[in-house]
Design a protein around this ligand. Structure first.
Ligand code: ATR
Length: 273
């Protein structure tokens, strides 16, 4: 049996072992996938140990994605751009490839699963941390008509806009500047949602027929998903679909087989209360 794992901290509530078990059953792959609590200071030792013991692939989540980016021997283009890695794969020659499947996971959930049009859309991202860095390049590739990054600390949003300027045009602003602006898609990439908080969002920020997407997910609706529902979003989604889609992409990198995501998303949705 081939061994896989997800490293992170905290990790006990991770749905990744369940998702990969469902993928393995569905595709008839013989593999084991476990969650392991790994604090940042142990990342290098734990990862080296994992691969030395014959491990085939790792997912890395908070707070390890930047460390995984540094660890990889080779990077895919999208991982290089994101400066973050969520998937490590041992290659035939023993070297470790780093990839980032978060961006494609988000795109697949938005466009394939929910039919949300990105080309020509006015898109707003809330927050300017690591999660935002991961999704800016794939979103710009879809040619939105505007991409705005709002953050409390506007300097961090400006830095991201400058870092990715070669890929397309972005604006950076604070929350107060959002008054009188409208967007077709608002993506919450702040870490506020998990503690039940919400950035200060003006009314009428969401266009009629627009959608909201929270990169975070929880068993109950997040504060931002509730905001979207209260503001008549056509779709107000949390990040469960993205989680399954990024996992499917990692599974494909490791196993060369593409699992079906719809039944797995359906099952996980049924399991939450
Ligand atoms: P991640 O890697 O998940 O993006 P991060 O790099 O710590 O995490 O970034 C967290 C983001 O959430 C930041 O943009 C932060 O805003 P500041 O840069 O201004 O601190 C944002 N954030 C966290 N709590 C928030 C809150 N209560 N309201 C608004 N933004 C918040």
């Amino acid at each position: 049996t081939d061994n896989y794992a997800v490293f992170g901290q905290p990790i006990s509530h991770s749905k990744s072992p369940r998702i990969h078990k469902l993928f393995a059953e569905q595709t008839g792959q013989l593999m084991d996938y476990v969650a392991q609590e790994v604090p940042a200071e142990n990342f290098t030792a734990a990862t080296t140990h994992f691969f030395a013991e014959g491990g085939k692939g790792l997912n890395c989540t908070v707070p390890l994605k930047e460390l995984a980016w540094q660890y990889a021997d080779q990077l895919t283009e999208r991982a290089r751009q994101a400066k973050a890695v969520n998937t490590l794969a041992r290659q035939a020659d023993g070297s470790i490839l780093g990839d980032n499947t978060d961006g494609i996971g988000l795109l697949n959930d938005l466009t394939v699963n929910h039919g949300i049009e990105l080309k020509g859309a006015k898109i707003l991202i809330l927050g300017a941390g690591g999660a935002t860095r991961g999704i800016v390049p794939p979103l710009l590739e879809q040619q939105p008509s505007a991409l705005v990054i709002a953050n409390r600390n506007v300097g961090k949003a400006q830095t991201i806009a400058a870092d990715f300027a070669a890929l397309g045009e972005m604006q950076a602003c604070d929350y107060a500047s959002l008054i009188d602006r409208q967007f077709d898609l608002i993506i919450n990439a702040t870490s506020a949602s998990l503690s039940g908080d919400l950035p200060p969002l003006p009314a009428a920020l969401l266009n009629t027929g627009g959608s909201c997407y929270d990169l975070a997910y929880a068993n109950q609706a997040t504060a931002f998903v509730k905001w979207g529902l209260a503001n008549n979003a056509a779709h107000s989604l949390d990040g469960l679909g993205m989680l399954v889609e990024q996992a499917a992409e990692a599974f494909y990198i490791w196993r060369g087989v593409r699992p079906q995501t719809t039944p797995v998303i359906g099952l996980l949705n049924d399991e939450r209360e």
